[in-house]
Design a protein around this ligand. Structure first.
Ligand code: TNX
Length: 777
């Protein structure tokens, strides 16, 4: 259907008016495209697409047909627009949407495209299939500026777009927790919709071998299953695991390819090998058969360095290469502590006979045996930056994760590199301190932190810049146990990542990015993706009033600045007429505060959050307020059991130091404390760091929670003996009287429980008047 601004028939004008009322042209100034294209020029007038429009492709233009069908399907699912895909001899003469492969398209860069919207319709042209696909994705975004259904008006515009980097990736760890092929496909679709093109699939680790290898069936018969810690650990039903059959892998690889995504498999070696060694002890160093690990972190099991093991791994790589057409094959190389190699006379003898000076150099030799093998088969090896340590294997490309130094060093030496530095691009990090944030690492990496990431390290000289292939985010899944948690961790930080790898540096602008986000959030809702609204969700904090027990000072805040916060105090959902929050308000108790953040044009940016504030909630502190102590380095938010998938409960722990701080507690009138806590599994491989775990002397059999005034070495206010150490996953409540103090104080909670066996963690600390009636949250 055509419509120019000048020749719009009356019925169209009516539709347009409705669209305007619905916010259909809200983006006239800022097309809702993520990632922001290289060039956008918005013109005058608009074009309306309704269900009478078709998507036109030339006969024989397979790339256009593929992109057209993907677009048609997306539009049907999200906008309710069912557009026919038509093969027309002369598609350029039609209105509607035209997709066309064109060797002379004005954008010459690989994966680039040109998109025009004018009075005649929407046209996308590209020199390659990926570009056409990305143009179709941009068209979809232009047609979904909001969550309304049906006809949509698109402003006239011209887009010329191409990616800044060739490697635009996401790594997913399917070893620590397993995702079904359907869950993986959800991730692949979302990647494609963000113009990301490399899916790095972490398929093997200490906790599971997830890839069927025909020649070595025990890798999955044994290596894909583990016995989780917890009350049911002895029952067969508690076995955790899963693996991908070769047929499923082919299906996933084809699904990705249809979306212009390359799947880069990772077979981790020589460390993170425990599941493989559990399946075939003869490829391990000690000859003993370990269990498939249930401990996250660093485990000691390495592959052997004898020819038998090298051949075994070459045979595995044969099947890997058969399944994955990717040029790059990832062989891990990370976190391989060398204890087993050092302790083994056979490995030491082999090292000497090879003339290799130490175990780091032995790892280089080991990796290079894989690199040469892959090169012989026309592939390229990539590994984590530890492969630099013993001298960089000549054939290797480097994925740098321990900051960016590995990338700088390797690029200077002329090797290709991909950046995925921790902590910024580690999406297992929480994105806010909110108590409704699910499990993950406690080092918060907000949406803004990810947006600030710059892929090209300035230390890399211009002539070596070509070695920076791009960047990826890594989704490690120790604490992301279910697909919804992966989605929460990935969206919307994937939007920030997409701009880091696609958008020209000069076009990146966080403020304008945030303005384009509401439309993207709408698409997430239409697609049923469980995105995080953490950056905008309202924190509702009550502060006890010193002079009166009957009121509290309530502060509303958000991580990102937002145009308007509206709130209610009667339990209703805030709307356009609700009070606007400007500064902390004193409210009579009890009160239920509900708040929603809005954009300048009145669109909600987050789900409503509600908080009941009364005298007991003012004296009760949950995971948002139980911060770790200085110098603890392994801060985590964990579920009750390592494989639990429920959103709650979660517990903040620091595996290295069982210490928590609570800020600004009013102690006037407080005479008791209750801690709702749990015994958690201590399933962490700490390797050489195990000696650094802080141990404290306990006074009672199971240890206690000690509460100290002001500082962790301050006066002891209360000591709460911990109940009998049951199985991990057991919640408990510990209570105690508390010595009287006045005023507002910081408090420190210490656990004196033994550092072996289950780990005690507080989930909520509540203060009350008398011990006989500890306040319940
Ligand atoms: C380090 S990053 C690892 C992984 C963990 C990750 C997060 C890297 C190459 N190795 O084994 O999953 O930290 O805990």
């Amino acid at each position: 259907m055509r419509s120019g601004s000048s020749r719009m028939p009356v019925t169209r004008a009516v539709i347009m008016a409705c669209l305007l009322a619905l916010g259909g042209s809200a983006y006239a100034a800022l097309p809702p495209l993520i990632p922001q294209p290289a060039q956008v020029h918005v013109g005058q007038g608009s074009y309306v697409v309704d269900s009478a429009a078709a998507i036109h492709v030339a006969p024989g233009d397979a790339a256009a047909a593929d992109a057209a069908h993907y677009l048609a399907d997306l539009l049907a699912r999200t906008r309710g627009l069912r557009l026919a895909v038509r093969e027309d001899a002369t598609p350029a003469s039609h209105g509607g949407i035209v997709l066309r492969s064109d060797a002379h398209a004005a954008v010459t860069q690989a994966e680039g495209y040109v998109l025009d919207v004018d009075a005649d319709g929407i046209r996308v042209v590209s020199r390659d299939a990926a570009g056409l696909f990305y143009g179709a994705i941009s068209a979809w975004q232009l047609l979904t500026p909001d969550t309304a259904k049906g006809a949509v008006s698109v402003p006239q515009l011209h887009v010329a777009d191409w990616p800044r980097f060739a490697w635009r990736g996401l790594m997913l760890d399917s070893a620590r927790h397993f995702q079904s092929p359907d869950d993986i496909k959800v991730v692949l679709d979302a990647m494609a919709q963000h113009k990301l093109n490399v899916f790095h699939w972490h398929l093997t680790d200490d906790q599971g071998w997830r890839l069927q290898i025909r020649r070595y069936p025990k890798l999955t018969e044994i290596g894909a299953w583990r016995k989780p810690p917890g009350p049911l650990s002895e029952s067969a039903a508690a076995t955790y695991g899963g693996y991908y059959t070769q047929a499923q892998v082919r299906d996933v690889v084809a699904y990705a390819a249809a979306r212009h995504i390359t799947v880069v498999p990772e077979i981790d070696m020589p460390g993170h090998a425990q599941a493989a060694v559990a399946a075939y002890p003869d490829i391990g160093v000690t000859g003993e058969r370990p269990a498939v690990s249930i401990d996250w972190g660093v485990n000691p099991y390495l592959f052997n360095v004898d020819e038998h093991t090298i051949t075994f791994l070459h045979n595995v790589l044969d099947e890997v290469m058969e399944l994955f057409p990717s040029t790059f094959i990832h062989v891990g190389g990370d976190e391989a502590i060398k204890d087993q190699w050092q302790a083994s006379p056979a490995v030491q003898a082999r090292m000497r006979s090879l003339g290799i000076k130490d175990e780091k150099a032995l790892q280089t030799w080991f990796i290079e045996r894989m690199g040469v093998y892959l090169t012989q088969h026309g592939r390229r090896l990539i590994g984590w930056d530890e492969i630099l340590e013993g001298g960089l294997p000549p054939s290797a490309s480097v994925m740098s994760w321990r900051g960016i130094q590995g990338a700088i060093d390797a690029a200077r030496m002329g090797h290709d590199v991909v950046l995925s530095p921790a902590p910024t691009l580690y999406f297992d990090n929480l994105q806010s301190h909110r108590s409704d944030e699910p499990s993950g690492r406690l080092g918060v990496q907000s949406l803004a932190d990810v947006y600030k990431f710059e892929t090209m390290p300035p230390q890399i000289p211009a002539e070596q810049a070509k070695h920076v292939l791009g960047a990826q985010a890594n989704v490690w899944t120790e604490y992301l146990t279910a697909p919804w948690q992966i989605q929460h961790a990935v969206f919307p930080r994937m939007d920030a990542l997409a701009e880091a790898v696609w958008t020209p540096l000069g076009e990146r602008d966080f403020g304008r990015f945030v303005e384009r986000l509401p439309a993207q959030f709408g698409r997430y809702r239409l697609l049923g993706l469980r995105y995080a609204d953490s950056a905008f969700a309202v924190d509702i904090e009550g502060q006890a009033d010193a002079s009166s027990k009957d009121k509290a000072r309530v502060t509303l805040s958000t991580q990102m600045p937002v145009a308007t916060l509206r709130y209610t105090t009667d339990g209703s959902t805030p709307g356009p007429a609700s009070p606007v929050y400007r500064q902390p308000v004193d409210l009579p108790l009890p009160v239920t505060v509900t708040a929603i953040p809005f954009t300048a044009d009145g669109r909600p940016l987050a789900e409503a959050r509600t908080q009941r504030i009364d005298s007991s909630s003012l004296a009760s502190f949950d995971s948002a307020h139980l911060a770790g102590c200085p110098h603890g380095d392994l801060g985590l938010r964990v579920p009750l059991l390592p494989d639990a998938t429920a959103p709650a409960p979660v517990y903040n722990v620091d595996v290295m130091n069982s210490c928590w701080q609570i800020r600004s507690v009013r102690l006037d009138g407080i005479a008791s404390v209750a801690v709702d806590g749990a015994w958690l599994a201590r399933n962490y491989g700490l390797a050489h760091d195990a000696v650094k775990v802080v141990a404290r002397t306990s006074r009672t059999e199971n240890g206690e929670f000690e509460i100290h005034l002001d500082r962790c070495d301050g006066p002891l206010l209360a000591s709460l003996p911990l109940p009998g150490r049951a199985e991990p996953g057991t919640p408990f409540r510990a209570t105690s009287a508390l010595s009287a103090h006045a005023g507002v104080h910081d408090l420190c909670v210490l656990s004196t429980a033994p550092i072996h066996g289950a780990l005690a963690a507080p989930g909520r600390v509540s203060f009350g008047a008398r011990l006989t009636s500890p306040e319940t949250p």
